[in-house]
Design a protein around this ligand. Structure first.
Ligand SMILES: Cc1cc2nc3c(=O)[nH]c(=O)nc-3n(C[C@H](O)[C@H](O)[C@H](O)COP(=O)(O)O)c2cc1C
Length: 146
């Protein structure tokens, strides 16, 4: 069975909520999902053995959180080329982090990215629950195309 790893970096918990909803969308599609805090990933081996990887961080002062920067340097060595990818994050107004994560996954890791990064101001208001679950479903859908 295909397996998806969803890793989040959060300060107040909003990006974790989005990660859990993406995980639900993956599981609704019948695909296994593991959701993990970026701080739990200690070496590149922790990122191996998955068919799709989805990374997310909230934005502070125009940047992703340091835990996500560290994770991306580990991921560079994990051999993720060709794997399905996605990026997400909670934001307030400018939301730089998800796009930067997405571009690194596409351009440096050469992953097969789903349409766009998912950016949400709130995981549960304004259709957030559905949008995050749909993002998970689109990750699972891209895996099933293969
Ligand atoms: C000190 C501070 C700086 C912030 N800087 C930004 C920013 O530059 N751009 C932005 O879009 N949101 C910014 N935000 C809003 C957060 O991204 C937003 O509250 C988000 O929901 C936090 O998600 P988290 O709980 O996953 O950390 C900032 C919030 C705080 C408290």
């Amino acid at each position: 069975m295909s397996k998806v790893l969803i890793v989040y970096a959060t300060r107040m918990g909003e990006t974790e909520r989005i990660a859990q909803l993406i995980g639900e969308g993956v599981r609704i599609s019948g695909v296994e999902a593991v959701v993990m805090d970026a701080g739990k990933i200690k070496n590149e081996g922790d990122l191996q053995g998955y068919d799709a990887l989805v990374f997310g961080s909230s934005t502070y002062h125009g940047e992703m959180l340091n835990k996500m920067k560290t994770l991306l340097f580990l991921a560079e060595k994990a051999g993720l080329e060709g794997k399905v990818g996605g990026a997400f994050g909670a934001f307030g107004w400018s939301g730089e982090a998800p796009g930067r994560i997405y571009n690194t996954m596409a351009n440096v890791f050469k992953m097969a990215m789903v349409g766009d990064p998912l950016m949400l101001k709130n995981a549960s208001l304004g259709g957030g629950i559905q949008m995050a679950q749909e993002y998970g479903k689109s990750i699972a859908g891209k895996l099933k195309e293969r």
